[in-house]
Structures are given as C-alpha cells and as structure tokens.
Ligand binder design. Sequence first.
Ligand code: 5AD
Ligand code: SF4
Length: 440
Amino acid sequence: MTAKTFYIETFGCQMNVHDSEKVIGTLLSRGYVQVETAEAAELVLYNTCSIRDKAEQKVFSRLQQFKREAGKGKVFGVLGCVAQQEGEKIFERAPHVSLVAGSASYTKLPEMLVQLEAGGRRLTGLSLDTDETFDTPFTRRDNPHRAYITIIEGCDKSCAYCVVPFTRGPERSRTSASVMDEARRLAEKGYTEIQLLGQNVNSYRDPSPAGWDFATLLERVGEVPGIRRVRFTTSHPRDFVKPIVDVIDRNPALCDHVHLPVQSGSDKVLSAMDRLYTRDEYMRRIQWLKGARRSIAITTDIIVGFPGETEADFNQTLALLDEVQYDSLFSFKYSPRPNTSALHLGDQIPEEEKTRRLMVLQERQRAIQIRRNSEAVGMVQEVLVEGKNQALGQWIGRTSQNRTLNFTHATDNGENLMGRYLDVRVTRAGPNSLVGESVM
Ligand code: 5AD
Ligand code: SF4
C-alpha cells in the first residue's frame, strides 16, 4: 500500500464517534488523506457497534459488498465493538479483512498501520487490559464548536442484556487533571460546548489523589472560561446522585438536560435485567430533577420485549412514561447478545409482539412530546446554531434542553451564524422539534 487514502464509516454511540475522531487524527498525522467513499479509498475502516444484532449485521453487509475487491489493493479494517466481540472470527467470515481492533487498542494504531503498509495481514488489537486511549495527540474533531471528552471508559455493571462490558472492558476513569487540561485547551481553540462521555459517567472517580467524583468534575468543567455549555452522557440511575442535580442548578453552563435510561417501568423486569434499582428508586431521581430550580429536560432509553415481560409489565412502562413525561426517548426491541446473561433466560417474546409493543410505546411518547413541546411556544430560548437548512431558509439551533429549534433570522443578510448563541422565540412545536424566530 503506497498511496494513502482512507474511508471510515462509524456506527453506534457518541463514544464510537469520538473514537473515530481519534482514529482519523492518527491517520491524518501519518499522511493519509480522508475520502468520501469506500470505492475511492485504499484503506477502508468500519468502526462498529454490537449493541443490537441489527447494528452488528450492518458491518458484515458492508464487507460483503466489497468481497471481490480483495487482493486489488484495497485494505479493510474492522474497529470497535464488533471487532472486540468477534475478534479473529471476523477473518473467517470476511477473509478480505486485514485488521481487527477494539477501542482499547487505538493507541497502538500507528504501529498497526506500519505493519499494514508493509503488507501485514490478519493484524489484531484486542487486548482490553491496555494502556489508556483517552487522549491521543491527534484527535481530529468534526465539529468546530462542540467537542467530546472521554472521562471514563468501560463499564462495571452487568445488565443482563448488555454487551458493552465485554466490548469495552472494565471501568477506567481518567485523571481530573487530564480532563481539565483538555477542556481548557478546547476552550482556547474556540470550542464553547463540551460533552463529557462515558458508558456510565456517574461512576467517574478521579484516580489521582484529588479524588474528584463526577459532580465535582462536572462543576469544574462548567467553570472553564469560554465554555458555555456542558453536556454529559450516559448515566446509570444507580450511580446518579443528588449532588449532580445541585451542581446543574448552580452553574448556568451546565445544560438543562439529563439522559437517564430506565429500560423498564416494571420492578420484575428491572430485577431480571439486573439494573440494580427499583422503579421507586428511579422515580426518586426524577423527583430530584423535577424539583430543581431550573427546568431540566429528562430523556431515557427503553427496551421492550425483554424475556418474561408480560403485558402487565409493559403497561407499567407505559404508566411510567405518563408519570415522568419524558422530553424524548430512545426505544428498542430487546435483541439477544452474545456472552450476556439474558441469553439463558426462557420466555423470549415473539418478534411481532416486540414490534407491537414498540409501536404502542412510541405512539404514547409522541403524544407526550407534542404536548411538552407545545408548552415551549411563546418562550424565548437560547440556541447554539449548528446548521442551516438551505431549502427552508432556516437555521438549525439546539436549546440547552437539547431540543432542535429551527428558526428564521430577521436580518438574514448572508451572515454566517454557525457556532453563534442566539435568543429565539418559539412560534410552533412539533413532536420532534420546535420552530421559531430569532429575537434582536
Ligand atoms: N437489546 C436492545 N436494546 C439494547 N440496549 C442495550 N442492549 C440492548 C439489547 N441487547 C439499549 C439500552 C441502552 C441503549 C444504549 O441501547 O436501552 O440504554
Ligand atoms: Fe455500540 Fe455500545 Fe459499542 Fe457504543 S459501546 S458502539 S453503543 S456496542
């Protein structure tokens, strides 16, 4: 491989998106040029997700498309969670793949690239007990205003359905000094929004003598001069403590939004999922959030059709939606995953029934969102401008509560508003976004 063009496609969560930024930065630093299509690239990388079977299948269908390219100078690499989970089996299934590497091995990427360039085949980077990958000198961030910072890798929970502990390994927190240093450097470069990332940010524990917990880290990042917005994802309710809400209440730079995945409204299902909290304990956290002085948007993740979920259990999840009145949610049909303990549970729910429950749940939530979003009509909200819809002549903004607010700008004289913070009056509301006009 001499000329160096690469293509990368990313699946899955923000952790993966950020990992790809690290991989892209490393490749660019080694003289590679990023291209827009797999066809045009000599090195084709897929950064994969295995959270559900559908996500996992995507990478194999991509690889299948290029089966005949093998030996024609194109080199294929599989990165991320499917790589970690399937390991060398990927070489059997897709013999034209040359590199299989999980997220904990990206610091070794430069060495692996040297080997690839020398014609190396069947290279692997699958160790999980490896040096940290938090901060590579090369991260190439995609967005000029909003930056991700990984604060904790891996997960020590063992939710019965979840593959993540196997694909991302045990929890490793980054030192607070290193997080703060990156936050300050980003602010100096002009970034105004930071998103703290981890599979479970709430169990962050500073490994240095300072010993900060997550609430402290959050507060300090919010105090970095120049940083106007701080978000974090994702939270496990068991580790979500009241001081986090107090810190949000105190510091205007912390966004009015908490994503608190509940998964189910039924105690029986929560227990079968090994979620380590009851519905009541979850609701206590919701009460903290609703009791805050600020109006904190609450979003969640729900799984329908977990083994043994009865109609009555499902109805308890619907009742939970009514009770919490989420601002938005992600909902999924349970998908059995390798290595997970739920694989061995009997009483699997038929696919059609999972589909039906998903539809019912989404319909219920849609009505809630229409109502909640309509409450915003007439209000003035600050947005960070993130894009423009040329066809509609509207700018695309995001509110602190993480809602999309599309707006027109009265004095639109061709000025570029990207990255600006503007006040916008909400004039209309749909189930998934708001519409408004900027106020002078
Ligand atoms: N099947 C369906 N959904 C899952 N999730 C995690 N594992 C599975 C699975 N096996 C969902 C959870 C989690 C979100 C990121 O993905 O709701 O919060
Ligand atoms: Fe997908 Fe989970 Fe891996 Fe993220 S951590 S890419 S959601 S499997």
